[in-house]
Design a protein around this ligand. Structure first.
Ligand code: PLP
Length: 453
């Protein structure tokens, strides 16, 4: 209670409704975690179906990561990369990440470090424009993104994102960003043939390129699977179509892998599931499993070559770019994923198991669709079975209502508009996946009379 009082008196939590924080008497204080479970100050244990905030891929309580941080801090806690200097951990980490990127695109050879996903996207924003300036095409400044996308909270990140409620605060987006259709079949293509839908949505990119003028378009950015937008899994042919459009007009293809990277879709990077070759990728979260803040931008050789040939200083970077302690923990985290085969396990065992388990919800009267890929999934809540209709007058509230019941029932999930989304640690067992699905089912049963009242 003392902590809750201090929370209200002094703490402004991220992405929060401060009035609600006070109405609830302060934030829920999480004090401990182990494996896939978190515990709050009142001793309530919750299965963490969100891996923190889509990030604790190797699960909680990894002593090895704590030891690596401790040892690195004793040896060299910090040094910068501004003075033509570097430290061993980020150099080794860059090579390790290049190895994983090369699995799909050997042209992705270099890495630029930052501390957060938002910063990674800010770096991309400036690097892409700088690249086109160096190439002698400075008029190529426009970024094409998608409605309802999330690319971070900084000015460039929130502008690249397509969330109108974020744009409404602070006069965003900044100029030069265009938002096109998202590949949300259940919500925006219901009843439409999936292939026709994929073509229509991908074509909205080409139409916008032509409307803006192809010579002005710098890049297209998208998450392989949109996470915060509501776990929007595109039809299989969507990404190859997008890639072909980018190539046709010579514009850069950027994948925001902040959630999808490091095993979430059963590959080191999410785009590898779709067989495409981005020119740039943003990564964060699972890169250190959230143990320390670190992010990166994967950069392809064709961009690096231009920087080498024509560039002067790229006057961009952060105090914590290439932070040795964060990089050492990230390397150890990747080592855990390799040693425990977490990527393959997600692809071959637990991902398919989650998909099968979610099928059980298909017959629930409130469920419009239950979908997943790898270990990320969503359950769409509808008012009328067999349709995508939402509860009248309460659109957008079903997710939070069911989420609150899930939390009461011992499961941390997120409610996004009228869906429940999940993204558990990659170490989750089949029995724990059953626990997630059973708890969602129980919570849907409890929510039904409330929603139909
Ligand atoms: N990009 C995507 C796809 C994300 O999901 C997020 C965060 O959720 C970000 C960027 C921003 O990352 P950060 O919160 O580390 O700034």
């Amino acid at each position: 209670n003392e902590l809750k009082k201090l929370d209200m008196a002094h703490h402004l939590p991220a992405q929060s409704d401060y009035k609600l924080q006070h109405e609830l008497g302060g934030s829920r204080i999480i004090t401990r975690a182990d494996g896939v479970f978190i515990t709050d100050a009142e001793g309530k244990s919750l299965l963490d179906g969100m891996a923190g905030l889509w990030c604790v891929n190797v699960g909680y309580g990894r002593e090895e990561l704590a030891r690596v941080a401790y040892e690195q801090m004793l040896e060299l806690p910090y040094y910068n990369t501004f003075f033509k200097t570097a430290t061993p951990p980020p150099v080794k980490l860059a090579a390790k990440i290049a190895e994983k990127m090369a699995l799909s695109n050997p042209d992705l050879t270099h890495v630029f470090f930052n501390s957060s996903g938002s910063e990674a996207n800010d770096t991309i924003f400036r690097l892409v424009r700088y690249y086109w300036e160096l190439k002698g095409e400075p008029e190529r400044t426009v970024f094409i993104s998608r409605k309802n996308a999330y690319h971070g909270s900084t000015v460039a990140g929130a502008s690249l994102g397509g969330m109108t409620f974020m744009h409404a605060q602070g006069g965003l987006p900044i100029p030069g960003i265009e938002h096109v259709e998202q590949p949300y079949h259940f919500g925006e293509g219901f009843g439409e043939d999936e292939e026709a839908f994929a073509t229509r949505v991908a074509n909205s990119i080409e139409e916008r390129i032509l409307a803006v003028g192809p010579e002005k378009v710098a890049a297209f950015i998208g998450e392989p699977v949109q996470g915060a937008g509501g776990v929007i899994i595109p039809p299989a042919s969507y990404w190859p179509k997008v890639e072909a459009i980018c190539r046709k007009y010579g514009i850069l293809l950027i994948c925001d892998e902040v959630i999808c990277g490091f095993g979430r879709l059963g590959h080191w990077f999410g785009h590898q599931h779709y067989g495409i070759k981005p020119d740039l990728i943003a990564m964060a979260k699972g890169m250190s499993s959230g143990y320390l803040p670190i992010s990166a931008v994967g950069v392809s050789k064709k961009i690096v070559d231009v920087l080498l040939e024509k560039g002067g200083d790229f006057v961009h970077g952060y105090t914590y770019s290439g932070h040795p302690t964060c990089a050492a923990v990230s390397l150890a985290n990747i080592g855990i994923m390799e040693n425990e085969g977490l990527i393959e396990r997600t692809r071959d065992v637990t991902g398919p198991y989650l998909a099968k388990a979610l099928k059980r919800l298909d017959s629930h009267p409130l469920v419009g669709e239950a979908r997943s890929l790898g270990l990320i999934g969503a359950v769409e809540i509808v008012s009328e079975k067999g349709t995508n209709k939402r509860f009248k007058g309460a659109e957008g509230t079903a997710g939070p209502i069911v989420r609150d019941l899930c939390i009461k029932n011992g499961l941390m999930v997120r409610g996004i508009r009228d869906s429940i989304v999940m993204c558990p640690p990659l170490i989750i067992t089949e029995a724990e996946i059953d626990q997630i699905v059973d708890t969602i089912e129980k919570s849907l049963n409890e929510a039904e009379p409330v929603l139909r009242a």
